[in-house]
Design a protein around this ligand. Sequence first.
Ligand code: FAD
Ligand code: FMN
Length: 581
Amino acid sequence: MSPIPKTAPFAEEEIDLLNRVVGPASANQRAWLAGFLAGLDAASAGAVVPQPAAPARPAEPLTIVYASESGNSEKLAGDVAKSARKSGLKPTTIDMAELDLAALAAAKRLVVIAATWGEGEPPARTIRAYNELMGEGAPRLDGVEFGVLALGDTAYAEFCAVGKKIDERLAALGGKRIADRVDCDLDFAEPAARWIGDAVKALTPPNASGRVIEVDFGLKPVASPSTDIFEAEIIEHVDLNSSRSDKETIHLALSFEGAAPAYEPGDSLDLYPENDPAYVDGLLKAAGLAGDDKLRSELIRSRDVTTLSIKTVESYAASTGHQYVNALLADGQAKGWIAGRQLIDLIATFPIALDAEKLRALTRPLAPRAYSIASSRREVGDEAHLLVSAVRYESHGRARKGVASNYVAERLKRGGRARVKLKPNKHFALPSGDRDIIMVGPGTGVAPFRAFVQERRATQAKGRSWLFFGDRTFTHDFLYQLDWQEALKDGALTRMDVAFSRDTPNKVYVQHKLWDQRSELIKWLDGGAHFYVCGDAKAMAKDVRAALVRAYADVKALSAEAAEQAVVTLEREKRYLQDTY
Ligand SMILES: Cc1cc2nc3c(=O)[nH]c(=O)nc-3n(C[C@H](O)[C@H](O)[C@H](O)COP(=O)(O)OP(=O)(O)OC[C@H]3O[C@@H](n4cnc5c(N)ncnc54)[C@H](O)[C@@H]3O)c2cc1C
Ligand SMILES: Cc1cc2nc3c(=O)[nH]c(=O)nc-3n(C[C@H](O)[C@H](O)[C@H](O)COP(=O)(O)O)c2cc1C
């Protein structure tokens, strides 16, 4: 609520200005201001100026470091800063990608919020600082009071691995753990808000700003459930692979009817899926709950019924007391057993009568999935385009289907509606129009580059654009082929190199094409080009980076170390940008 009422004797804009200052001010700041204003009046009446009620002491510092890829940790770091300010601390927020370790050593108190990516790895942009922190040259942190909040996903074997390692490392370097680490799953809003409240309280010295102030340390959960969710109509739903391809990649055009989210090229949309009804029916049958329509509809719409984590196995063992499941955990076999399996396997393999509440308790909320936006608003207006590859595979004798991608491929239809939320990514944005760009995007990794090329056409950007694309076959898997041909014709795309891995006896991938074009590539980079990589994080992104290092070494006759340094320099200058998954 704003402290200055609309009835105050000021103009409306003055009231707004005052509220902007007074609203977020701490009790101590208000007391100072009250004393100061009283002093001004007294002075103008010829009296002696009294001291402000609480003379301001320099606020105690708090350093907040975040390691984030998709923005969650970054947003939470902002919440820590807000809470810290309210309690009289002076927060400084640092992106781990830009962290100088000396700043840690100089910190008095420290909060780290870290996400885990890949298979237990730090976010790509933070690898340099992370390795320095883990390395032998890391400074001592004796006396630094710290707390770590870890973000992750229990579906991954290496749950919150990065947060855990940072927490251990800070202690090993002499730091003093003031707030115990909390490991958050995808539904992190409430546990994170609780942790922030507790940690800021623990890190705030009693005399943070001269006197004890009563502060409400509680924070509302950041992720408001529905306010920024957009509903869109599906106006195009086209499989871009030919009918003879073994892949299915859907071009999905969403229309927002005059109210599209304000997205920029490089941003993604979080898509809210529903589960496959056939899978849910199988699950209910295995649990002995077929016929419970209320539960069925809840599970389809809002529960994660496929993920099987150690936590799920533990809950199953605890709630059912199942002898064999307990034995699986006790023998240390559970981690291996769950690999490639889903919740339905657990219940079908170790059946026991469940009631609706017990089954529900084995599931977590169904999380949205991110998809890179493949269009520019300047070209498509109130639409947003996505490129979604249907995830299908077989494991342990069952045909499996990815939840969201098959919701898109099989159940969303033209004329139907989808729910999405904007996921901005300021770390994957276009440079100014006069800069050259090199884009490496095999498979669905090409999606954001369609947005880049559309944007560059619409803004008549002068910089050159070079796209490296790859997939399985030219004939059946050339995603957006006509778009690229048109862009090459009208100049929005300067050049394009393609790698179709199954068209030649030796598999050719985008990294091989980069190597073939290394002289020209390095020339573009020397001229200031920005280098973008999007798509598969497991192999492609690493191979592409390694190819670029080798290209520098070869073209410029550099040692391996100097070539690596050339790429590190690109990363530091924010000219090597990745959005990989
Ligand atoms: C920033 C970002 C942008 C993205 N952009 C795109 C995009 O433009 N297009 C796109 O298609 N995707 C994109 N993705 C990926 C997308 O978010 C989903 O992860 C993907 O569609 C799979 O979701 P799903 O719900 O269909 O599968 P899920 O139900 O989540 O299942 C996926 C899981 O199945 C398992 N699995 C998958 N394949 C196999 C296999 N062969 N063997 C064993 N297990 C397997 C793995 O555990 C995997 O994690 C993006 C991801 C991020 C983070
Ligand atoms: C491709 C991908 C890989 C991930 N790998 C892991 C992992 O190995 N372990 C884990 O606990 N969480 C993993 N996560 C979950 C993220 O840590 C989680 O979504 C987190 O909230 C992201 O925070 P950020 O937005 O700050 O990057 C992964 C997520 C994605 C999309």
